[in-house]
Design a protein around this ligand. Structure first.
Ligand code: SAH
Length: 214
């Protein structure tokens, strides 16, 4: 079966998977109604692009579920003028939504083939201005720091301190923290008096692999 009407499927996704489940930020809802998720899904997954789950990518990775992407974007406060680091590019979909929100986005992926495909996806979808870097995202990008916000799309065993240090004062880090089998999404704000950690929804992400990961 083909997916001839991506706009309608996208509108239904926003309504059923996001708005009805408590995503309130109208800017995030509008951005996700615009980004063509089908252009980030591998060809054989395209008809499932708007389903309510993560989608498989090569190398055992996944494109995050739309609801998790919305939660992360809502928590980050991405907007024009903000510099955002997206750790775990995968397909590039999360980076595209952050760019659609007007942020300047740098994204880092450890698997070169995924990074290259993500670059092609981002260009095809009209987000060629997103910078895709190949490397270990647990180290952040010291040359580009400080960031207004950092999104991590892979599970960390503990709060990644190096990334926290690359935040601007008042900046936010959103990261799934926990074991391999399940995590909770943590929203960390860098305050003068230290890290303020708020716990958001339970989640299940692929593991963050690298120096500060598993
Ligand atoms: N945000 C992505 C979801 C990708 S899944 C999307 O919207 O499609 C998580 C990704 O993190 C995988 O592609 C995995 O290879 C990558 N990853 C895991 N550990 C990493 C690390 N240390 N540095 C950079 N990328 C990493």
């Amino acid at each position: 079966m083909s997916a001839p009407q991506p706009e309608r499927e996208r509108a239904a996704m926003v309504e059923r998977q996001l708005r009805r489940r408590g995503i309130r930020d109208e800017r995030v809802l509008a951005a996700m109604a615009r980004v063509p998720r089908e252009l980030f899904a591998p060809a054989e997954q395209r008809t499932a692009a708007y389903s309510d789950n993560a989608l498989p990518l090569p190398h055992g990775q996944t494109i995050s579920q739309p609801y998790m992407v919305a939660r992360i974007c809502e928590a980050l406060g991405a907007r024009p003028g903000r510099l955002v680091l997206d750790v775990g590019t995968g397909s590039g979909y999360q980076a595209a939504v952050l760019a659609e929100l007007g942020a300047e986005v740098v994204t880092i992926e450890r698997i070169p083939e995924l990074a290259e495909q993500a670059r092609a996806n981002l260009t095809a979808a009209g987000y060629g201005r997103v910078e895709v870097v190949i490397g270990d995202g647990t180290l952040g990008l010291p040359d580009r720091a400080p960031f207004d916000a950092i999104a991590v799309a892979a599970a960390a065993p503990v709060l990644p301190q190096t990334l926290y240090e690359q935040l601007r004062p008042g900046g936010r880090l959103v990261v799934p923290v926990g074991g391999r089998a399940g995590q909770e999404l943590q929203v960390v704000e860098k305050r003068e008096d230290g890290a303020q950690v708020a716990r958001s929804v339970p989640c299940r992400f692929v593991p963050l692999v690298g120096e500060g990961g598993f």
